[in-house]
Design a protein around this ligand. Structure first.
Ligand SMILES: Nc1ncnc2c1ncn2[C@@H]1O[C@H](COP(=O)(O)OP(=O)(O)OP(=O)(O)O)[C@@H](O)[C@H]1O
Ligand SMILES: [Mg+2]
Length: 498
């Protein structure tokens, strides 16, 4: 590409970079101009992960780009890692022969890396990643000019990426705020099956007492945690929620406690941890049963002394934070197996709130069903506001192992797929209908069981025909008058409310 064309391309690229606010569009603009101008087979942007030990492909072009995106490149033992650590560009005519070459990418794709050029993405003093291009067309090597061009693009891109990142962070903060504001969540069962729970909530809310919320998955532990926060005098301060499950130990540690500059490769800035962020407010540590022994120790210290040191720092930070935790794990078993510290357990368990599973508070079911019907109908512009008695019966008979979340999903699905203004059993997931059938067969005597079965079977057939007795009778292969008699005899009219 001639010099003028190159310059024009460069200006076009910087203009589109400056304009873009969304990270992926931005990366797309960077990468396509880079690849085109320096005539490479493929190009990619790799960004440093928060652990400082890996680079992640944020975008890639060229053949099998999708495969590339799955690869994590180690900082130690890769050309990109070298560039990010040294903050210097590399232009290699035969990269695959270079000892720093990381073969993990070539192994997964059809690309055979020959020539390679890699420049750091610098924001101030900090390298946040690299731009990499491989295989100049026609087997040539990249020139110094290619390298300079890529560096110029990198300066623009890094700055814009940082801005996009900040914009995203602001959006997330806003979303969290909005969530807190809209957090006057409607809670079904305050006076019903959750009455005991809310008695305790009322007692502990306005104290600084550490509370642990226990219960099966999907019972509403998160909801109870937010209710405690809302009822406390810390309501005007932050509620910081951290889900401790599935986050690798090191990431969770810096997330909770922050890190100092230079705490690990790539930590060129300091990061404030969530505990500091929650100072004066409340922190909700969800899925606490999953944290590592090292973090358990650190957490114990925060609870005892309200103090901690960020990773890689000897500066002690003091905070005033109210701690709420939740878990569905058997912590007592974890203690017995040595996976959870007993002293931490007692610290966290000053007050325990057990949220009962849905099957133990079936009295809440009708209200719960109506609540979700209303919620999803409004969301989807439908009018399915009521459940038919048969549907309620089916719901009542099912065991709900996934608790409220499962019920919520079942109702959402019914509102999306169903027609009409009444929730019918046939709109519920088939396994929910199936479990109900098991219960229908129950009965002390053969006669009872038979009666139950007939009652259920007829009700089901009626529901399937929109309660049209003539058509139901046809399907059942009985006279309509006989069906009418059975409906009365078996009190199906009570069941279906006609
Ligand atoms: N009493 C309730 N009234 C209305 N909605 C509820 C109630 N309890 C739970 N929900 C809803 O059910 C869903 C699951 O609740 P939540 O996420 O709090 O459960 P959880 O116990 O934290 O589950 P997990 O252990 O899987 O994290 C949420 O959408 C929540 O809003
Ligand atoms: Mg939860």
């Amino acid at each position: 590409m001639c010099k003028t064309a190159r310059l024009e391309r460069f200006f076009a690229a910087t203009a589109s970079i400056a304009k873009t606010r969304e990270e992926d569009q931005l990366l797309q603009a960077v990468i396509s101009s880079a690849q085109e101008v320096i005539e490479a087979e493929a190009a990619s942007v790799l960004l440093l992960e928060p652990d400082g030990k890996h680079l992640r492909f944020a975008i890639a072009t060229g053949p099998r780009a999708d495969k590339v995106l799955e690869v994590y490149v180690p900082v130690e033992g890769s050309i990109a890692g070298w560039v990010v650590t040294r903050q210097r560009p590399l232009n290699l005519p035969a990269a695959s022969e270079d000892p720093r070459h990381f073969s993990g990418v070539d192994d997964r794709t059809d690309i055979r890396t020959q020539s390679l050029i890699c420049v750091p993405l610098m924001v101030g003093e900090e390298a946040i990643g690299v731009i990499e291009a491989v295989n100049k067309h026609d087997g040539r090597s990249f020139t110094d000019e290619d390298c300079r061009f890529l560096q110029a693009i990198a300066v623009q891109a890094a700055y814009a990426l940082k801005q996009a990142d900040e914009a995203r962070r602001r959006r997330e903060e806003l979303a969290q705020l909005r969530e807190q504001m809209a957090a006057e969540e409607f809670i079904v069962g305050r006076e019903g099956g959750l009455a005991e729970v809310f008695e305790i909530v009322a007692k502990v809310a306005d104290t600084k007492t550490t509370v642990m919320i226990r219960g099966e998955t999907g019972t509403g532990k998160g909801l109870v945690a937010r209710a405690i926060f809302r009822a406390s005098s810390r309501y005007d301060r932050r509620l910081v929620t951290v889900n401790c499950a599935n986050i690798p130990e090191e990431l969770l540690e810096t997330e909770l406690f922050g890190h100092a500059k230079g705490a690990f490769t790539g930590a060129s800035g300091t990061k404030k941890g969530r505990f500091e962020y929650a100072d004066g407010g409340t922190i909700f540590l969800d899925e606490i049963g999953d944290i590592s022994p090292k973090l358990q120790t650190k957490l114990l210290r925060v609870l005892q002394e309200q103090q901690f040191e960020p990773l890689g720092s000897n500066h002690t930070i003091s905070v005033d934070v109210r701690v709420i935790t939740a878990t569905n794990r058997d912590l007592e078993a974890a203690i017995a197996e040595g996976r959870f510290r007993e002293d931490l357990y007692y610290r966290l368990n000053v007050v325990t709130i057990e949220v009962p599973p849905l099957r133990e508070r079936r009295e809440d079911l009708p209200e719960m069903v109506n609540h979700f019907l209303k919620k999803f109908s409004l969301e989807m512009n439908k009018r399915m506001f009521t459940a038919s008695p048969e549907a309620l019966e089916v719901i009542h008979n099912y065991t709900w192992p996934g608790n409220i979340r499962e019920l919520e999903n079942a109702i959402e699905r019914a509102v999306v797929l169903g027609e009409g203004e009444l929730l019918q059993p046939s709109m519920l997931p088939s396994h929910v209908q199936g479990k109900a059938r098991d219960n229908i067969f129950a009965g002390e005597t053969l006669e009872e069981a038979q009666r139950n079965f007939r009652r259920w079977f007829i009700a089901k057939t009626l529901a399937a025909h929109d309660n049209n007795q003539t058509r139901a009778a046809e399907t059942l292969d009985i006279q309509r008058s006989y069906l009418n008699r059975l409906i009365k005899q078996l009190e199906i009219d009570k069941l279906v409310g006609r």
